[in-house]
Design a protein around this ligand. Structure first.
Ligand code: HEM
Length: 123
């Protein structure tokens, strides 16, 4: 499923459900989302006041550092996030080493145990 967040004037909007209904088309929203801050693109279109008031229905949070600088009324309460991009929602990819290291340690431990129990002199 497509997931689309926009950052406009320091506010984060989840417009995923609005993509298909946006009069300007979903492509511009996806593109604006991918390019980081969508404020400029949003302003350049010269959206109507109807469009501006629609925005508050999609407001999900504020970009950290922008808090307290005004904004739309009736914002859904208090979530703050560092960016509006999707990267923040995904955990960092774990490397191959994360998997192989515990296996290596177990193998060495087993080797040592095997050596000590089978090959050392039992005087
Ligand atoms: C939450 C964010 C947004 C909302 C609620 C929204 C809403 C709307 C609405 C209601 C219209 C119809 C015209 C009007 O009333 O002004 C419109 C048109 C349009 N919007 Fe947005 N928009 C949003 C974000 C954006 C962004 C980021 C872009 C980036 C380029 C964009 C590009 C356009 C374009 C190109 C049109 C077409 C205008 C035309 O057909 O002449 N919109 N939008």
């Amino acid at each position: 499923m497509k997931d689309c967040w926009l950052v406009i004037h320091g506010k984060v909007y989840d417009v995923t459900t609005f993509l298909e209904d946006h009069p300007g088309g979903e492509d511009v929203l996806l593109h604006a989302s991918a390019s980081g801050d969508a404020t400029k693109s949003f302003e350049e279109v010269g959206h109507s006041s109807t469009a501006t008031s629609m925005m508050q229905g999609y407001l999900i949070g504020t970009v950290e550092g922008f808090e307290g600088r005004g904004g739309l009324p009736n914002a859904r309460e208090g979530r703050t996030m560092r960016t509006g991009t999707m990267q923040d929602r995904n955990p960092p990819p774990s490397s191959f080493l994360d998997y192989i290291l515990p296996v290596l340690i177990l193998a060495v431990a087993f080797g040592a145990w095997y050596y000590l129990t089978h090959y050392t002199d039992k005087a």
